[in-house]
Ligand binder design. Sequence first.
Ligand code: UDP
Length: 476
Amino acid sequence: MEKQDHVHVAILPLPAVGHVNSMLNLAELLGHAGIKITFLNTEHYYDRVIRHSSDAFSRYMQIPGFQFKTLTDGLPRDHPRTPDKFPELVDSLNCATPPLLKEMVSDSKSPVNCIITDGYMSRAIDAAREVGVSIIYFRTISACAFWSFHCIPDIIDAGELPIKGTEDMDRLITTVPGMEGFLRCRDLPSFCRVNDPMDPHLLLFARETRLSAHADGLILNTFEDLEGPILSQIRNHSCPNIYSIGPLNAHLKVRIPEKTYSSSSLWKIDRSCMAWLDKQPKQSVIYVSFGSIAVMSRDQLIEFYYGLVHSKKNFLWVIRPDLISGKDGENQIPEELLEATKERGCIAGWVPQEEVLAHSAVGGFLTHCGWNSTLESIVAGMPMICWPSFADQQINSRFVGEVWKLGLDIKDLCDRNIVEKTVNDLMVERKEEFMESADRMANLAKKSVNKGGSSYCNLDRLVNDIKMMSSQPQNC
Ligand code: UDP
């Protein structure tokens, strides 16, 4: 890819670990292709990251033309910014960002000539059109989640939503093309679990997803061999111009082989778990993590704990400081868990996940099925036990279990006997079957990002399109 100095892209993620990290991966790939990048973080997110690791973003500064800028999210300082307030954050960001984007486009020294934003920034489209630059959306979720979000108005029109009272959650949903026959009520994104079709979360996700079709293109962190049939549905019915360029973490390693592990994090990374893993036998450890946002009650934690202990497998468990929900004083790791864990477990506040998944001692991943974790597990060839918490995780886990056959989905169940049994099924009884399909998919993932693969070619096309769009003013 040739160097073109006049191409300047502004990249704006939502302020959450999964969103920022996958957009940083994209930014690094584009920067490597000679595109000047301005990466925008909200002040609140940037400050939280820097507090734990002052050099978290410094590596990117070595990429020629790469710079960071911060912007306000428009919320008051003391706003909790918790997941339940997500619509407020999205609305506020949508109001706060267009003036800044317009300013960056009209900058006299180094004007921005293409904008890539998180798919939730629907108002950025109007700003881009006003000032005549192209805009591409990046949705950091799976294609299957995107497609189900897109179909929500149709599911409502068909009377399959809202969920009525205490009805059977195994009822099949028939109005998501390509998912007939296996998509159950319980597999729909968590915000569909409401009785009111006017629920603000439900409306927000459906509205923002439908608006994605108005952008000049849609980037997805996925690959054709994994989600080809669903990508075709999206191309045919919503966004014709899709760039499926994932898995981004694997893609980076191909394009920039010297890249070392690095991602922004809101907690200090505890590397001592790697020394603990070094002492464990091959494929003996189940790695447990529920990502950066999901919370669980103390009772749920205890069920998982006994399930893990009774499974007789060694475990590495990420327990973030804010994982356990509850009133003050209740959200500490229970003493019984800390004591008994010493024998067969290792607990850490935050780990280098990609390195953990690649470690030969790890033989399974108990995950919440956030999209980044799911992809990282696929790349590492690691079978999964899925216990989804919210948003797209419910549908990701259905695909992991039922469509891709990469693991076992235990959504909506939290029982020590089930945890014990599934850990044993995954790592003992059905180990060969799952290892084989995980290996197969890992190879397809690698093929897609290697020269000539679908994601590799799509990234080249994205870079060329950005360069071409940047040299031509867009319709105002
Ligand atoms: N992660 C990590 N260390 C941990 C736990 C998670 O680096 O101890 C990373 C993980 O590799 C992934 C991200 O945090 O890239 C979580 O993103 P995901 O989409 O899986 O879930 P979310 O946090 O958005 O729910």
